[in-house]
Ligand binder design. Structure first.
Ligand code: ATP
Length: 215
C-alpha cells in the first residue's frame, strides 16, 4: 500500500483517521477548501503539527489558500486503504460485543465486522445485527477462509489471554482489546487497548481533583 512506501511517524499515522473523518464531513457540506487553522480547531491538533503531517505527503496546501478538500480526501482514502473493505472479526458476543455489532463502522470507515464468535450455544448459529455468530471451534477455519487479520476482543477478562492466543494462531495480526487485561502477543502482532471502565475512572478522578483545586 501507499502507507508502506511513504515513511511517516507513528504520531502522524495515528492522526490520519481524525483528518479523514473531518474531511468527509466538510465534503458532505460542500466545502472545497480548508485551512490548517480550521482543521486544527476541528480535530484538536495544533496547526503546526497538521502542516508537518501534511508535508510528509508532499506540499498539498498553498499559503493563504488552504487545502483542497477533495484532493486531500482522495489522498487519505488511498493511504487509509478506504477503497478496499476491511473485514474484522468480533470475539465474544456479550453486552459490549452486541453494541459493537450494532455500530455502523462503515459510515465513516470502510470497515465492517463480517463474523462473530462465541462459546454460548444460545448465540451461535444465529445472525446478530446482520453478522453471523459462529462457534469458537469454527474460528480458525473462518478467519483463515475470510483472510481476516483484525479481531475485536470482547470476551470476559479471565478468557482474554487464552482467546488472544487462539486468534493469533488463526492468523490475526491486530487485536482491538476491550478487556482490561494487558495481553501478551508475539512480535508482529499489534494490540490496541480500549479499556472503557478505566477511561471512565480516569475522568472521574480528574473531575474530583479539579473540584479539590477549586475548593
Ligand atoms: P460484556 O458486557 O463485558 O460484553 P457480558 O457481561 O455480556 O460482557 P461476559 O461474561 O463478559 O458477558 O462475556 C462476553 C461474551 O463472551 C459472552 O457472550 C460469552 O459467552 C463470551 N465468551 C466467554 N468466554 C469465551 C471464549 N473463551 N471464547 C469466545 N467467547 C467467549
Amino acid at each position: 500500500s501507499l502507507m508502506d512506501k511513504i515513511k511517516i511517524p507513528k504520531a502522524t499515522a495515528r492522526r490520519l483517521p481524525l483528518y479523514y473523518r473531518y474531511l468527509i464531513l466538510l465534503n458532505e457540506e460542500g466545502k472545497e477548501k480548508v485551512s490548517s487553522t480550521e482543521l486544527s480547531e476541528a480535530v484538536q491538533v495544533d496547526s503546526a503539527s497538521i502542516r508537518r503531517d501534511f508535508s510528509y505527503f508532499g506540499a498539498l496546501g498553498k499559503r493563504g489558500y488552504g487545502y483542497d478538500v477533495k484532493s486531500l480526501l482522495g489522498f487519505f482514502k488511498k493511504i487509509l486503504n478506504q477503497d478496499t473493505l476491511t473485514n474484522v472479526a468480533l470475539i465474544g458476543v456479550g453486552n459490549l460485543g452486541h453494541a459493537l455489532l450494532n455500530y455502523n463502522f462503515k459510515r465513516s470507515n470502510n470497515i465492517r465486522i463480517s463474523c462473530a464468535f462465541d462459546i454460548n450455544s444460545d448465540l451461535t448459529g444465529k445472525i446478530v445485527s446482520g453478522v453471523p455468530v459462529y462457534d469458537m471451534k469454527d474460528m480458525i477455519e473462518q478467519i483463515r477462509e475470510q483472510q481476516i487479520t483484525i479481531a475485536i476482543l470482547t470476551v470476559p477478562q479471565i478468557n482474554a489471554q487464552k482467546t488472544a492466543n487462539e486468534i493469533v494462531e488463526a492468523g490475526v495480526r491486530g487485536i482491538m482489546n476491550f478487556t482490561p487485561v494487558r495481553l501478551s502477543a508475539p512480535a508482529g502482532v499489534r494490540i490496541q487497548n480500549v479499556d472503557l471502565a478505566t477511561e471512565l475512572q480516569t475522568l472521574v478522578y480528574f473531575l474530583e481533583s479539579d473540584k479539590k483545586i477549586e475548593d
